[in-house]
Design a protein around this ligand. Structure first.
Ligand code: DGI
Ligand code: FE
Ligand code: FE
Length: 206
């Protein structure tokens, strides 16, 4: 039932221009690298990366139909069309390619918007999408540097760059991206606090 890695590569690559497939190969490479660096499963990270943009070049009416006809997140349809392919990709992964690994399917689903409470795999795939070797947008090297030190700081920098562009163009912002970014910033702050609270507690004890 489930397609092999080779079958997936064949099926996905046939649905996009060569340039987008080269991007996908880059995301596979970066996802494996980040997974190894931060303790995620490289095989599952690569699997999500292979499929993540499968629907990117589908006509938007076809993407919208998949969302509307299968009870997917229809709220997306009120926002920019570039957000839709990730939800459609998750559906294709599960229902056409037989990927029954919920975390892999969700990493595909949330690779564009992020979400509150992102899993390790969500973070790896979303950040890999920003920093793959073929990416060449202003600020990408800063995101790459942060990605090397912290998955969360890398992702925040990635979302920052997307949000900056959207604001610059006076485009809508999908609220889930804001929630995802807030959540990551809170996580970092809590981590830092935990690090600082400890010596204080020790002082009290001493
Ligand atoms: O599919 P890719 O080009 O590899 O990258 P992606 O899946 O991150 O898609 C990003 C596109 O989505 C980019 O053109 C910005 C657009 N977009 C529109 N509104 C939003 C948004 N992206 C996010 N994260 N949040 C938005 O509100
Ligand atoms: Fe994408
Ligand atoms: Fe992508």
């Amino acid at each position: 039932m489930r397609l092999t890695r080779e079958q997936l590569i064949e099926r996905v690559s046939s649905q996009m221009p060569a340039k987008r497939w080269r991007h996908t190969l880059g995301v596979m490479q970066s996802a494996i690298w980040l997974a190894e660096l931060y303790g995620a499963d490289p095989e599952r990270a690569e699997l999500a990366a292979i499929v993540h943009d499968v629907a990117k070049y589908w006509p938007v009416h076809r993407q919208a139909a998949v969302i509307a006809e299968n009870g997917l997140n229809a709220d997306l349809l009120r926002y920019d069309a570039p957000l839709w392919h990730s939800e459609v990709g998750a559906y294709v992964a599960e229902h056409e390619y037989g990927i029954d690994d919920r975390e892999v399917v969700d990493a595909i689903r949330y690779h564009t918007s992020g979400r509150e409470g992102m899993t390790l795999l969500d973070k790896v795939v979303c950040l890999a999408d920003y920093i793959e070797p073929g990416r060449d947008f202003p600020g990408v090297d800063t995101i790459r540097e942060k990605a090397r030190l912290s998955l969360e700081e890398g992702l925040i920098a990635g979302f920052d760059s997307t949000l900056r562009v959207l604001v610059e163009r006076s485009q809508m912002i999908f609220p889930t991206t804001v929630l995802a970014r807030n959540d990551l910033i809170r996580l970092l702050a809590e981590r830092e606090q935990a690090g600082q609270v400890k010596p204080v507690a020790e002082n009290k004890g001493g």
